[in-house]
Design a protein around this ligand. Structure first.
Ligand code: CA
Length: 225
């Protein structure tokens, strides 16, 4: 089980992390909402523990943002704000459960287990990456654009996954070679460009909105505008 804790109080974050690691869970910690969002968008977590009062992006905003990005990972809000209004705001934003501080650690474990169980029973779609009308299902290993299935080779799949996880960020050919091929290409080779062109033919050519863009002298960027 892989858990993301978004919590700006280092002491509490450390305590929860340590406790969960004792349950043999894998734990990442983000100390503000922005870091939380970039981790949650780029890693498949089983559960996210989310504080509400956070620097940069608060917990309600972050939950809303993740749901808008089609991240369905169960969210447990962990907060000192315990009024009914706060809870409703949390559920509205997309939280699945709510635990008020201070809490018993055992109760946290029970709630997390319940969330994880519920999500695995309902066939978790937390492994779905999405940009515009393009979807990449990491469980089924299938891409769809505008609902139409697109057949990809294993390399094309890996390349597309890398682009989608780094959407909005320029990635160089060297980055791609290292992260997708796991080797250090001679930067003179055009292998990367050849594969990017294969991928473009499949996911962009027949659509007015292009998602993979060339950044001259730097590499490529995947974005929807
Ligand atoms: Ca806080």
């Amino acid at each position: 089980m892989k858990v993301l804790i978004v919590e700006d109080e280092p002491k509490l974050a450390g305590f929860v992390k340590k406790g969960l690691e004792e349950q043999a869970w894998e734990v990442d910690v983000a100390y503000d909402g922005q870091m939380g969002s970039s981790l949650a968008l780029s890693n498949p977590y089983d559960v996210i523990i989310l504080d509400v009062n956070l620097p940069k992006v608060n917990g309600f905003q972050l939950a809303t943002l993740l749901r808008n990005e089609n991240i369905r990972t169960p969210i447990l809000m962990l907060t000192a704000l315990g009024t009914l209004g706060d809870k409703l705001a949390g559920f509205d934003a997309g939280a699945d459960d709510y635990l008020v501080k201070p809490f018993e650690f055992q109760e946290l474990i029970v709630r997390l287990r319940a969330l994880q169980k519920r999500s695995s029973e309902s066939g978790s779609v937390s492994n779905l990456l999405k940009i515009a009308d393009l979807e990449l299902d990491l469980n089924e290993r299938v891409a769809r654009r505008d609902g139409n299935r697109i057949e990809l080779t294993a390399k094309e799949f890996g390349l597309l996954e890398y682009f989608m996880r780094n959407r909005g960020r320029v990635v160089s050919r060297v980055d791609i070679a290292e992260k997708v091929w796991d080797i250090h290409f001679d930067t003179g080779t055009n292998t990367i460009d050849v594969y990017v062109n294969f991928l473009r033919k499949k996911i962009d050519r027949d659509f007015p909105q292009k998602l993979i863009h060339t950044v001259v002298g730097m590499g490529y960027i995947m974005k929807d505008s």
